[in-house]
Design a protein around this ligand. Sequence first.
Ligand code: NAD
Length: 367
Amino acid sequence: MSRAFAYQALPMRVVFGVGMLAKLPDEVDRLDLRRVLVLCSPEQEAVGRLVADVLGDQAAGVLAEARMHVPVEVADRARELAAELRADGCVAVGGGSAVGLGKAIALKHGLPLIAVPTTYAGSEMTPVWGLTENGVKLTGRDDRVLPRSVVYDPELTLTLPAGLSATSGMNAMAHAVEGLYAPDATPVVSLLAEEGVRALAAALPRIVTDGTDIDARAEAQYGAWLCGSVLGATSMSLHHKLCHTLGGTLDLPHAQTHTVILPHALAYNAGAAQPAIAALSRALDASPDPPRALWELAGRLGAPRSLRELGMSPQDIPRMAELATANPYSNPRPVTAQGVEALLLAAWAGEPPTRGPLPPDTPGRLE
Ligand code: NAD
């Protein structure tokens, strides 16, 4: 097989390990920052205050207003508060919402960001930002929003409830799955993807059994870091497009929607993505059918497996299929409204994933 690829590593610094929150002041020093504003969601204000305590004089204050989809008013208020407090950088502690707020401030106002992730969503490893203004969410890629440093401390994930641990972990695996068949996949990123799926698939059942198992928490966060790196390095396809459409239009919950759609999106693409299937089979205990293995894993974790459970009406299926196919994007198998409708119907009903027949002109089609 001849190989050809272009690979550019992102300039990320990562500090990983149990108790590493104690190293956060060193990370602030390394960046020559004096006083940082701590950002978190209202539900995680206590963690925000804990981080501010660890920072001592380096903390200018805590803003506990991070919300899903980053409303521009919150980003502007954060900047005003940073100016008032004479802060010269931000520390975002939390999931994709808190990190997203830090990225929006970095984009609009140039304040450097340090991320302290507490879910498995992976935003901290990507240059992708999102900002919602007048009800419209804009997204883009810009290296200025990349956190300068990421501190992963598995202790901060001990409070993540079993349900959110399971769905957030499946959300992370979705980044790796789509990275494996991405048009800009590279050998090094595919290695990260396979190892990320292996680590999460092994750790999540242990976490659901015992949320205080710190070794399992560390293994899951290690997997989430790898999967987030894959998200930052590749272009996503049908699965992410569908979840974005369902979340943005019907306001379905982020991680749960990823969990339900992933086995079906992978089944849709399986026949046209053989190297990805082989890698996932290795990662999922030599499973001969990775889409089915992911669906069964979600079941074992007690995670939702149907869009019906998430409150979606079946009447919305044709409109969602139309929206998700309105603009072209790369995908191993051609995306048709009919194919997506069948996928959504199976996902709505919570059926096991099935591979639809591939059209004869599918690139990479296997006989
Ligand atoms: P989130 O950040 O909204 O967190 C979900 C909930 O869990 C919140 O109420 C939060 O307070 C709580 N929480 C977080 N960590 C916790 C912990 N350790 N213990 C207890 N509760 C905790 O959700 P998310 O799934 O992490 O992120 C989703 C958002 O991130 C979406 O808006 C998505 O679009 C965005 N995202 C962006 C990227 C990117 O590359 N830009 C990547 C992934 C996700």
